[in-house]
Write a protein that binds this ligand. Structure first.
Ligand SMILES: [Zn+2]
Length: 46
């Protein structure tokens, strides 16, 4: 299981709608909205 850092939802990596690489780590997102929020301000979520 992985955790969406924006909304804290847990799901299987295969179910992620979008992934974002940030400083060598891959983050998984439940929605494009969450991924977009992370891209704008990644430091707010890690
Ligand atoms: Zn989410």
């Amino acid at each position: 299981m992985v955790t969406d850092p924006v909304c804290n939802m847990k799901f299987e990596p295969a179910d992620a709608v979008e992934t974002v690489e940030h400083e060598g780590t891959t983050y998984y997102f439940c929605s494009q909205d969450c991924a977009e929020s992370f891209r704008e301000e990644p430091e707010d979520y890690i």
